[in-house]
Ligand binder design. Structure first.
Ligand code: VG1
Ligand code: CO
Length: 543
């Protein structure tokens, strides 16, 4: 039982992206790689001696081994206590919940979210601050700087670390509390939603299918939906977390959640279908034979929020990421509340929530959340929808159509070109950027460019500025195309093209989204030379 200081050498590639450091697991398995990054996190923080750290991960390949290393390093670096999920498990929103509930100093979450797992898959690590949210850029920049200078790290050589049951033990003087990963989170959900009304709806025959995609939400969904709310056994499918997510891609979208989508578009479709991602912070929702875009989902949650006990007093404001459709903006306007437009990535919402400026927020990428935690929250969104179903007693499709009739419909789609060459993708962005000044006034087909810029955001709370957050091209009449490169991929580059068209006329609302956006797809290629820069004729994923 001694604490050791180990000499090491810096790795030059430990730059945290949109949500932490994500690399191939093989990269993380290099000697000292994980340790260097963890020490760089600790070296970037002040005043954590004898404080509490929360620790858990999405259960992917390598999770438990990494948890043991981090526990030994937390002890050697002087933390007083670590709250760690049983078997090293905590979904991202549950970790955020636990950090806040126990007023921890911060937390370390091991996850590469939707990226595949397994011995050839990806691994990731992120630091969350005491508010429960992702570390702000000021801290992630400091972590990167420390990682470039690092010469040594501190670690205990204690080997006896038992995480398979809820109990407490000391590790080199530091208290380790192994907690049930679901309990605190389930209690928080019960405080926000009308569990009695939802349970009554299930007793009345309402049918839900929840696809946990072999990832972390399985235990959460089984406990809350089946055990506490009484949904029938088998409501949750793929509910046992597997270290390689069953070889799948735990990304809740129309392509990767195939099993669920097939059932929801069949003759025996349940009333409501939902899926969550690898670390449990995202959600896809569908009605019987009806897909709801995440942007519309946020708009409907906003419009219906006062039906839910936790939000009955109304919303202070809402926020959406820049590429998310503008559907929520119009609801906010009707409600007379602020709607903020932030860069992609959840950390930007945290400041707005801490300052009491927003209650709900969301992203087009199937992320929705509220100020109950400081992360997006997949199961929370599903429960929110269940509560709305329980009150309105209408099919999903009817509720969404009514919404469009009232506010207009934002046709919306994201086209992803995954794993394309980095040089080509960067050239595409650079060339587009160089043309931004001359685009306004230019016509494409029968659309004329109204504005073109590279999105820059000044945080209304702390004044920090984030530049280069995605290229927006707006047309007269309100159509919009956005181009940005993914910050979460680990292979080559991923180009995301976001397309949006607003339609007030209810007669056109039944049109298929891809058909409604077809001319914008052609214009996007004309503007950016997608085919020639990526060598791809079609996107990898369309949502
Ligand atoms: C993607 C999404 C983004 C989301 C991020 C993290 O980022 O587009 O909206 O916040 O993933 O999600 P990018 O940079 O690849 O576009 V995840 O579920 O870490 O949980
Ligand atoms: Co996620």
């Amino acid at each position: 039982m001694t604490q050791q200081t180990i000499q090491t050498q810096a790795f030059p590639d430990q730059l945290p992206g949109t949500s932490g450091l994500r690399k191939k697991i093989r990269v993380f398995q290099q000697p000292h790689y994980l340790e260097n990054f963890v020490q760089s996190i600790f070296d970037s923080l002040y005043g954590f001696e004898r404080e509490t750290l929360v620790l858990g991960g999405d259960g992917r390949y390598g999770n438990l081994e990494a948890i043991a290393v981090i526990l030994r390093m937390a002890a050697a670096n002087g933390f007083g206590r670590v709250l760690v999920g049983r078997d090293g498990l905590l979904s991202t929103p549950a970790a955020s919940c636990v950090i806040r509930k126990y007023q921890a100093f911060g937390g370390i979450i091991l996850s590469a979210s939707h990226n595949p797992g397994g011995p050839d898959g990806d691994f990731g690590i992120k630091y969350n601050t005491g508010n429960g949210g992702p570390a702000p850029e000021k801290i992630t920049d400091a972590i990167f700087e420390h990682s470039r200078q690092i010469r040594e790290y501190h670690i205990s050589d204690e080997a006896d670390i038992a995480l398979h049951q809820v109990h407490e033990f000391t590790l080199d003087g530091m208290l380790v509390s192994v907690i049930d990963p679901v309990d605190d989170y389930a209690e928080l959900m019960a405080s926000l939603f009308d569990f009695d009304a939802i349970a009554a709806m299930f007793r009345g025959g309402f049918r839900l299918r929840f696809d946990a995609m072999h990832a972390i939400t399985g235990p959460y969904a089984t406990e809350i939906l089946e055990r506490r709310l009484g949904a029938s056994a088998g409501t949750v499918i793929n509910g046992i977390p597997l270290t390689d997510f069953g070889g799948g891609h735990p990304d809740p979208n129309l392509v990767y959640a195939k099993q669920l989508v097939e059932e929801m578009f069949s003759d025996t479709a349940p009333d409501f279908g939902a899926a969550s991602d690898g670390d449990g912070d995202r959600n896809m929702v569908l009605g019987a034979n009806f897909f709801v875009t995440p942007s519309d989902s946020l708009a409907l949650l906003t419009a219906n929020a006062t039906l839910v006990p936790g939000y009955a007093a109304g919303l202070t404001g809402v926020a959406r990421s820049m590429p998310t459709s503008m559907a929520t903006d119009r609801v906010a306007e009707a409600l007379g509340i602020d709607c903020f437009e932030t860069p992609t990535g959840w950390k930007f919402f945290g400041n707005l929530m801490d300052a009491g400026k927003v209650t709900l927020c969301g992203e087009e990428s199937f992320g929705t959340g509220s100020s109950h935690v400081r992360e997006k929250d997949g199961l929370w969104a599903v429960l929110f929808w269940l509560n709305i179903f329980a009150v309105r007693q209408q099919p999903m499709a009817d509720m969404v159509r009514e919404h469009w009739a009232c506010y207009g419909r934002n046709f919306y789609s994201r086209h992803d070109y995954e794993g394309v060459g980095k040089a080509g993708a960067e050239a595409l962005m650079t060339e587009l950027r160089a043309r931004l000044a001359t685009l306004p006034g230019e016509s494409f087909g029968n659309l004329c460019v109204a504005y073109a810029d590279d999105f820059s955001y000044t945080d209304p709370v702390d004044g920090s500025v984030s530049t280069g957050q995605g290229i927006r091209i707006g047309f007269e009449g309100g159509d919009r195309i956005v181009f940005r490169l993914s910050g979460t991929g680990t292979e080559g580059a991923t180009l995301r093209v976001y397309l949006e068209r607003f339609e007030v006329d209810v007669q056109h609302h039944e049109q298929d989204a891809q058909a409604a956006l077809a001319d914008l797809v052609v214009i996007a290629d004309e503007l950016a030379g997608i085919r020639c820069h990526t060598g791809r004729d079609v996107p990898t994923v369309i949502t």
